[in-house]
Ligand binder design. Structure first.
Ligand SMILES: Nc1ncnc2c1ncn2[C@@H]1O[C@H](COP(=O)(O)OP(=O)(O)OP(=O)(O)O)[C@@H](O)[C@H]1O
Ligand SMILES: [Mg+2]
Length: 233
């Protein structure tokens, strides 16, 4: 087996600079490198503006780096066209956001079904799977509720179920507890930990909260657009 086959993510020397209207250059990533093994639960901490969201967007194929290499499940992704990137994103990546980003007019179960609709899963099968996922995240009774009828913690559970819908290789979570109180935060990180342990799902969680980071297998720090192990700083 080649080395990168067992790695869900292998990123080398990623650079990304944003150009503002007046030609001002904002460097966001400056040689970020990262290797993530299947089944790992990793957290990334770092100050505001250090490039955390930029990194997740690139790892999640929502954005492309200016330079560097990126392999997802052993496949090189830099240089793929938009169609190839979208289908890879749909099938291999799950996203969880700080503000949940659920579709407000859809019920919980419909939100969970959405990525499966896009992936062409048949209605009966996707309804069944969405039901199971809501059970797995602990809120089967919320299936027919809309987001505004749920607490923040419940909405984030729905978002996690949605992220898992197409059984992705990796779930990327950007401040998933940033909008939750202490109790709900702990419940959400415990849930992610359970899903990681029981289903082997790989998680990368960006967080400001050391209580969240401490529960993960490995903490990385991002500083000036580069990643370090905590022990390296
Ligand atoms: N779309 C954009 N256009 C221009 N500059 C951007 C854009 N997105 C991010 N930046 C800049 O890139 C740098 C990294 O931003 P990024 O959002 O990745 O940081 P972050 O670590 O996620 O911060 P936070 O903790 O506040 O969410 C910052 O200097 C930011 O201002
Ligand atoms: Mg951010």
């Amino acid at each position: 087996m080649k080395l990168h086959d067992e790695l869900v993510i292998k990123a080398d020397a990623l650079y990304k600079t944003y150009t503002l209207g007046k030609g001002i250059q904002v460097p966001a990533l400056r040689g970020a490198s990262l290797e993530v093994r299947r089944g790992e639960f990793i957290s990334i901490i770092g100050p505001s503006g250090s490039g955390k969201t930029t990194l997740l967007n690139i790892l999640g194929l929502l954005d492309v780096p200016d330079s560097g290499t990126l392999y997802i499940d052993g496949k090189p992704v830099v240089g793929l066209d938009d169609n190839a990137l979208s289908s890879m994103r749909l099938l291999k990546i799950g996203f969880v956001f700080q503000y949940y980003n659920l579709v407000p007019i859809l019920t919980a179960i419909e939100n969970v079904e959405l990525p499966m609709v896009l992936a062409g899963v048949r209605p009966k099968e996707r309804r069944e799977r969405a039901k199971n996922l809501l059970e797995m995240v602990g809120i089967p009774e919320m299936a027919d509720h809309k987001p505004n009828e749920m607490s923040g913690g419940q909405q984030q559970r729905v978002a996690i179920a949605r992220a898992l819908a197409n059984n992705p290789s990796i779930v990327l979570a950007d401040e998933p507890t940033g909008n939750l109180d202490t109790v709900a935060s702990e419940e959400i990180v415990n849930l992610m930990k359970k899903l990681n342990r029981e289903n082997g799902t790989t998680f990368i969680v960006v967080t400001h909260d050391m209580e969240v980071a401490k529960k993960t297998d490995r903490i990385l720090r991002i500083k000036d657009g580069k990643l370090y192990g905590v022990e390296e700083i």
